[in-house]
Design a binder for this molecule. Structure first.
Ligand code: SAM
Length: 292
């Protein structure tokens, strides 16, 4: 049995032999620490009862660990230069399939129907390309696919935003957008030195699982999302200033905003970061009510 793909010596040997040059624009920072990879698989609680989707296998460092633990692994890699490398490194793992593609454009439901047997829980486990962490997360949360869990490595600062609570600097529209639908937990953090090349940031492994019911149910999700995003546009300004920039400065709009804020008991001088997700939901409902 050769040593793990992720050991520094084997990773360097593979990269050298294939003449591989990292593309920074694709967020290519490969993990070279087998112990951390084992911990990621443990954080995802991956077992033979699971089929796993991996985003961005790189040279297969994490894929190898997933293949050993899971029933089937489907890995989606956007960089075609990595396909011949993966064909070689993952050859000992017949329960692994690599598909070339962009996770944001791929038809995940069709891929799942084609490659998985429908008899296993489906989990996502990945060391994400950091330049598109948020779009990938929102894409995974918005899809109707019932993932049993999503366990992903991301920039530590983004993990802090995902788990942030009101009245903290990290709390914002991302915290609300994710927490509305998902339970979020940071499993552990990882130093930048565990990667080649080392990124400029430290990382965290986050596990997301869908809540049985959303934290708040809103009648018009698009209107709620618009309110939340608009409220945080200028964080240091008052909620009132953000709201009139969002909805309009005319007298009728101001009257409608004043009424809605009073109705939900939020002072116009409050900052967005002071509002709980339930207060945002109540405000969205109050704003949707027909003017009297
Ligand atoms: N899984 C490997 C590891 O842990 O060492 C590599 C992780 S590296 C941080 C991110 C990987 O995602 C790279 O292999 C990169 O080419 C790939 N990638 C970047 N953008 C992608 C996209 N839109 N869809 C799929 N893969 C992507």
């Amino acid at each position: 049995m050769p040593e793990h793909i992720a050991t520094p010596s084997r990773t360097n040997e593979i990269l050298r032999r294939h003449g591989f040059r990292f593309k920074k624009s694709l967020g290519q920072n490969f993990l070279t620490n087998p112990k951390i990879l084992a911990n990621i698989v443990a954080a995802g609680a991956v077992t033979a009862a699971d089929d796993v989707i991996e985003i961005g296998p790189g040279i297969g460092a994490l894929t190898e660990f997933l293949a050993t633990a899971a029933h089937q692994v489907l890995a989606l890699e956007v960089d075609p230069r990595l396909l011949p490398v993966l064909a070689e490194t993952l050859a000992p793992y017949p329960n692994t399939t690599v598909v070339e593609g962009d996770v944001l454009k791929a038809d995940l439901a069709t891929l799942i129907a084609t490659h998985f047997d429908g008899q296993h829980a489906i989990k996502v486990v990945a060391n994400l390309p950091y330049y598109i962490t948020t779009p990938i997360l929102m894409h995974l949360i918005d899809t109707p696919i019932a993932f049993a869990s999503i366990t992903v490595m991301m920039q530590k600062e983004v993990a802090a935003r995902l788990t942030a609570q009101p009245n903290s600097k990290d709390y914002g529209s991302l915290s609300i957008g994710v927490q509305q639908h998902m339970d979020v937990a940071v499993a552990f953090t990882v130093s930048r030195t565990a990667f080649v090349p080392a990124p400029n940031v430290d990382s965290a492994i986050v596990t997301l699982t869908r809540r049985a019911e959303p934290l708040v149910t809103v009648r018009d999700q698009a209107a709620f999302d618009k309110l939340v995003r608009g409220s945080f546009v200028a964080r240091r300004k008052t909620l009132w200033n953000n709201l009139i920039n969002l909805y309009g400065k005319d007298e009728a709009t101001k009257a409608r905003l004043t009424t809605a804020l009073a109705q939900v008991g939020v002072a116009p001088s409050a900052r967005a970061e002071q509002l709980t997700i339930s207060q945002f939901a109540a405000l969205a409902e109050a704003l949707a009510a027909p003017a009297r």
